[in-house]
Design a binder for this molecule. Sequence first.
Ligand code: SF4
Length: 486
Amino acid sequence: MAEITRNPFEDLGRPMLQLKRAGTGNPDGQAAAARQTLGGAIAGELRTHNRRPIGQDRREREAVFAQHRPAGQPRGIGQPPQAEAAGYGWILGASCHGGFASRAMDSILVRGGGKTMAVAKLDGSPAARLLAWFDRHRRRLPWRAEPGEAADPYRVWLSEIMLQQTTVPTVAERYERFVARFPTVERLADAPLDDVLHAWQGLGYYARARNLHRAAGEIVRRHGGVLPRDEAALRALPGIGDYTVAALRAIAFDQPANVVDGNVERVVARLFAIEAPLPGAKIEIRQRAATLVPSLRAGDYAQALMDLGAMVCTPRSPGCLACPLAELCVARQRGIAVELPRRAIAKAKPKRYAVVYWLERDDGAVLLRRRPENGLLGGMIEIPSGPWRDAAEEPDESAGAAPARVQWRRLEGVVAHGFTHFDIDLVVLKGRVTAARAPEGLWSHPKDFHRLAMPTMTKKVVEHVLGRGWRRAKARDQATRRAVSG
Ligand code: SF4
């Protein structure tokens, strides 16, 4: 009897079923499919299966298995001849093997040619429990491979960059549009940066979009348009840090990498009852998390942990009753789950202040400018402003920063916007200029603003000046464009 090191929840059911269908009466096809099935499964190339198509088969197999298990034999280990005789075996190939695969409660075995080819026992580890849960409860997300499919590294990369500090619902809304516009690395690399920034609107942090664009160029130039599997090569790409490297290795390439995002931090802190506050506890959490990573189905495992954090082990009300890790969870046992992870008391965010100059030409166009490529909101289009200061100032003091010598009128109120590390209050001054005296620069009519890569802060300024009418004009224009193109 040969034993293999293999996660017992590795799927065999789906490929076996496909094999059964595809191979009938075709010895060549059966042999090829058998090689692909067993070789692929053991090499860990297969992913979680979708139980729906084969759920009934599985239940029947397990029922027969349980019924015919010899007395005293550990559950799920051993030859179940009655099961095979009852037609629950799988024919793997005319010249190959007679085989049987079963997903019992505590083991899985693969038999061929009258002997056991592989046996693996369930070990009750967090990874095994999580994977079993994932097979039933995984989230369906637009960027995720379907069960049984290999992941598309390009899509995984896009989604991981988009999901950095942006919520799943926000990304889900925009992801398909982005992929439709840039379906391949090559198309992304070839696109003008402005198009990429425009498509990125609503996803925050435009530096990520710029890095994505640069990285696409490097992938095309250095790696023939294929995202590299190698850790060092991934790390060398713009915008890819430790977390993203780990996520890509695991989810795109199924390599056993330690993927620790906010959801995972929470689950691991609770599982091991790590009471030290974040961010100081990050190192211990990472170390603990690394001990859980399985060698097989690493991509599914990483996503399972994320899904558990998002769906069950939620920040305010962990659903311990439905949690596959409940028996192992120390925080649950101590009754402190909801208190973890603890956080060091956050410092108040600093506040900044600036004056924005809304300069309108007599034909209605407004003066805009592009922000420097590097830094906050790099490359985005904005309404010109004075320097961002740490203290509030009277608008007159900023006159030197104004783009033209005209009569400026202060609009009532301020535009408040929050960045991650600081908040900003913007005072808006409005002025008019004739075409003859208008300064050089980027002029655009407000009805065309929605075609520009404007950050949310600038859109708030536009709305402050023009009111909701601006958004209605934008909607009208988009409807007209759709009607024309349709
Ligand atoms: Fe989170 Fe509760 Fe599961 Fe522990 S048992 S990991 S606290 S949901």
